[in-house]
Ligand binder design. Structure first.
Ligand code: HEM
Length: 565
């Protein structure tokens, strides 16, 4: 990633294009160009690279397109409404306590915090979004998390080793058998969960219980442009854990999956059992690995910046006062302003989803946001054979995971090792051509210095490099410095909205972002009010792993010390 960033600093280009064979990829680095794509209701189709997820996620929300995506999104978005999320607070607190118990056993040792964050995240998701409780002996969360991690590694390898992409070749590899084995574990869990919840729904329906889904729809409006749900009335039937005796308390038995099942039975919604399964798999994948990476980055980065960690602790002391270890309420999380800035800054520097890709199905003019400037490339910025440019660097990190299936299990967290600079995209230098020219052979790339009047031809795969945009000095004056104050309101106000997109933005943005922020606050506040985290490595020595989800290749190793209060 650092390599990618250095290259970007050298090139200073807002648009970079690459031909892989006849396929055109264009990377956008200017927030205003990014807005043209992400902010649009038209360019919402994911690029072909997402197709490898299909055996796992089917045609779920992450990949689906057209009317199917639109209607499912509309159905699922209300299930992440903040008032519903409040009812998850007791589960977040319980899982935070489990995490603290695990950390207590690690006192004085160096350990990889990602292992714990990953297991906890799956358990929390199962219990909140899916409504499945686990017993103390139950290892489902961990087993599932490990399977997800290994599946990501396989997908990664197929992105990188393009000859493994066609199914007719892939099915003859050992990896295919491993994939089937892992998908069996993953899908068995989702099938079992759905079956149980459906039985519950039928019982509730027979008893004539009220329809929460209908109420949720009545109390919200769906903002199609932003893909978000807005509250039009209060959900007073959902209990905040601050309320002692709420007569509208319906208990904690309702979860996103219940809503989905109920929605599927509601007139006008077409949602088959298979479709529910696809959405459950999607939510479990999207909601797990991203949050585990984000929380692990926060804990290791605070282990480096002790002054910032002390400020977080001071804020927590001010909020909890004499009762430092009491369960965290939703109201407490609203007061965690500094911790929130720490999380936002971590997601800026280490966005769990470092790249987003879309395909445009019509010509798209960039640079509409300004007077078209001269379409130019400085010759010193041209890229010669065997050298690199920003987009190939992005591919480098997308594809630079080496290793065969045999080493999946050997690496510390079931991950593979990057081969770094050994990767090279075959290139040949070519003069800049107008967008509609036909590509030359075999693979070419070059950068356009500014987006100017550039037009993305229909069929282009558009790459949005969140990681690079988040470190652009145009938007963040000192981008390599971890500074939570980047998110003070006065600093945010002049920054383009699309210069900060850890959850993507626009109609296809992350449906679980509020859930993620709430859960991160509860888990992190619970850990940080009890322990001080210490990293023996400096931030500059963090080795970032080019993965579908951004991680540390060297592992998230920290030590924890109990705080003396
Ligand atoms: C820190 C945590 C998270 C981050 C950084 C994150 C980031 C993202 C990003 C960047 C996308 C767009 C991906 C793309 O266009 O390729 C996305 C989509 C999505 N996320 Fe998240 N996410 C997080 C947590 C969650 C959680 C907790 C859930 C659910 C419980 C969730 C569910 C989804 C779903 C269903 C989509 C697909 C939405 C659509 O295409 O309509 N995410 N997320």
């Amino acid at each position: 990633m650092t390599f990618a960033l250095n290259k970007y600093s050298e090139i200073k280009s807002d648009v970079v294009r690459v031909f892989l064979g006849t396929k055109l990829f264009v990377a956008l680095m200017d927030a205003r160009d990014v807005e043209i794509i992400l902010g649009s209701n038209v360019h919402i189709q994911k690029s072909d690279e997402y197709a490898l997820f299909e055996p796992w996620l089917g045609d779920g929300l992450l990949i689906s397109k057209g009317e199917k995506w639109k209607s499912h999104r509309k159905m699922i978005a209300p299930t992440f409404h903040s008032s519903i999320l409040k009812s998850f607070m007791p589960v977040f607190n319980k899982n935070a306590q489990n995490l603290i118990d695990s950390f207590t056993k690690e006192l004085g040792k160096t350990f990889d915090v990602h292992d714990y964050m990953s297991g906890t995240t799956v358990d929390t998701l199962l219990e909140t979004a899916m409504g499945v409780k686990k017993t103390d002996e139950d290892n489902t969360g961990f087993e599932y998390a490990m399977s997800v991690m290994k599946m990501c590694n396989i997908l990664h390898l197929r992105h990188y080793k393009i000859w493994l992409r066609p199914d007719f070749i892939f099915k003859f590899t050992k990896m295919c058998a491993e994939q089937s084995y892992l998908l069996n574990i993953i899908h068995a869990l989702t099938r079992q969960v759905i079956k149980r919840k459906k039985e519950n729904f039928i019982k509730r329906d027979e008893k004539g219980e009220q329809s929460l889904y209908q109420k949720a729809l009545k109390s919200t409006t769906y903002n199609e442009k932003e893909g978000t749900v807005e509250e039009t009335a209060s959900f007073n039937y959902i209990r905040d854990d601050l309320d002692e005796n709420d007569e509208n308390d319906i208990g904690n038995d309702w979860h996103s999956l219940d809503f989905m099942i109920e929605a599927s039975q509601t007139k006008g919604n077409q949602l088959s059992d298979d479709e529910i399964k696809e959405e459950v798999d999607t939510i479990m994948f999207e909601g797990h690995d991203t949050t585990a990476a984000a929380s692990s980055f926060v804990l290791s980065i605070l282990g480096v910046h002790h002054d910032i960690q002390d400020k977080v602790f001071q804020e927590l002391k001010d909020i909890f006062q004499d009762d430092l270890y009491r369960p965290i309420t939703f109201n407490d999380t609203v007061q965690m302003k500094y911790l929130e800035r720490v999380i936002l800054e971590t997601l800026r520097m280490y966005p769990p989803v470092p790249i987003i890709a879309r395909v445009v199905n019509e010509d798209v003019k960039l640079g509409r946001w300004k007077n078209p400037t001269q379409y130019r490339v400085k010759s010193k910025h041209m890229v010669g054979p065997g050298s690199s440019c920003m987009l190939s660097t992005m591919f480098l990190y997308l594809y630079c995971i080496s290793g065969s299936l045999s080493n999946i299990d050997k690496s510390p967290r079931g991950g593979m090792k990057p081969i770094g600079k050994a990767f090279c995209v075959p290139t040949n230098c070519m003069p800049l051509r107008r967008p509609n020219d036909t590509p030359r052979t075999p693979t070419t790339y070059q950068q356009v210095h500014s987006s100017g009047d550039y037009t993305l031809p229909s069929g282009t795969s558009v790459i949005i490099g969140t990681f690079v945009i988040h470190r652009n000095p145009k938007y963040y004056p000192n981008p390599e410095k971890f500074d939570p104050d980047n998110f003070l309101p006065e600093r945010c106000q002049d920054r383009p909205y699309y210069a900060y997109i850890p959850f993507s933005a626009g109609p296809r943005s992350c449906v679980g972002r509020k859930y993620a922020m709430l859960k991160l606050k509860v888990l992190l506040a619970s850990v940080l009010r009890r322990f001080r985290t210490i990293s023996d490595k400096d931030e500059k020595d963090f080795k970032l792993q080019a993965d579908i989800i951004l991680k540390r290749e060297d592992g998230f190793h920290i030590r924890v010390e109990e705080r003396v209060v």
